[in-house]
Design a protein around this ligand. Structure first.
Ligand SMILES: C[S@@+](CC[C@H](N)C(=O)[O-])C[C@H]1O[C@@H](n2cnc3c(N)ncnc32)[C@H](O)[C@@H]1O
Length: 248
């Protein structure tokens, strides 16, 4: 258990030579259209959630190659990017994010960050990869520790109707309710959960093969979000869900 977070280091480091978005989103997406679609949804959603708050300091937990970095810096924040994978962090420099973005390697347990020092923690498909609930509570406890009172955790995670493990991908799909319970156990107050998109729609394959023009991607993303608000979590697929939780 003690080393569980580091078991998947080799998995991520083996992907580190790929295109920096393919390494952390979908390595099979050779054209990059699907990864650009997903990254745009992530960036816009997180920017919208944080825009009104005036974020000066942020942590991007599980930052990988720093794919979210430019969005956070665009909000005027100084950013720490934490990850367990040295190979992915080595690629952050290629993004030219400058001195306001600090990539840091950590052991998966304790953040090397002062108590109550941050306005926001963001994280994109990282908790899904923290398969042990006990370890996730520890990591969420660290988020609560480093957030200032009133600070916010913004997470986008893959959710299913029932908890399901996918050991080959180092994944645990949790339910909406189990995430909200874990936030509360770690001392964070759940505030929002909203479906952004579904995992295996026909159009994600069309996007991947370049059959849907990029100018339509934004409209499709808005449609997916609207659809998510009507349909909920279906029995047959996972959903990307935006969570917000606040430090009291
Ligand atoms: C699907 S990738 C997402 C990367 C990044 N969040 C992004 O938006 O591109 C998952 C990331 O989680 C990281 N990770 C896995 N376990 C972790 C842990 N316990 N703490 C922090 N990061 C972790 C991996 O190294 C990898 O960078």
């Amino acid at each position: 258990m003690k080393d569980a977070p580091l078991d998947q280091r080799p998995h991520w480091d083996a992907l580190a030579h790929l295109d920096p978005d393919a390494a952390v989103i979908d390595p099979r997406d050779r054209r990059g259209d699907k990864n650009a679609y997903l990254a745009a949804i992530r960036n816009e959603t997180i920017a919208q959630s944080l825009a009104a708050r005036g974020v000066r300091t942020a942590l991007d937990l599980g930052c990988g190659t720093g794919s979210l970095g430019r969005t956070l810096l665009g909000l005027g924040a100084r950013v720490v990017g934490l990850d367990i994978a040295r190979g992915l962090l080595a690629r952050v420099a290629e993004r030219g994010l400058g001195d306001a973005y600090l990539p840091v390697l950590y052991d998966g347990w304790r953040f090397p960050i002062r108590d109550a020092s941050l306005d926001a923690v963001t994280t994109y498909v990282v908790m899904t990869h923290i398969v042990e609930d006990r370890q996730l509570i520890q990591v969420l406890g660290e988020c609560a520790r480093v957030l200032a009172p009133g600070g916010v955790l913004i997470a986008i995670e893959q959710v299913r109707r029932k908890v399901r493990d996918q050991p080959s991908a180092f994944k645990r799909f949790r339910t909406l309710a189990s995430y909200e319970q874990l936030f509360a156990e770690a001392g964070l107050r759940p505030r929002r959960a909203e479906i952004l998109r579904y995992g295996h729609t026909p159009w994600i394959y069309l996007i991947r093969f370049g059959w849907i023009p990029k100018r339509l991607h934004g409209r499709l993303a808005r449609l997916e979000r609207w659809w998510g608000s009507r349909i909920g979590v279906p029995p047959w697929d996972y959903c990307d869900v935006l969570f917000e939780a606040a430090k009291p």
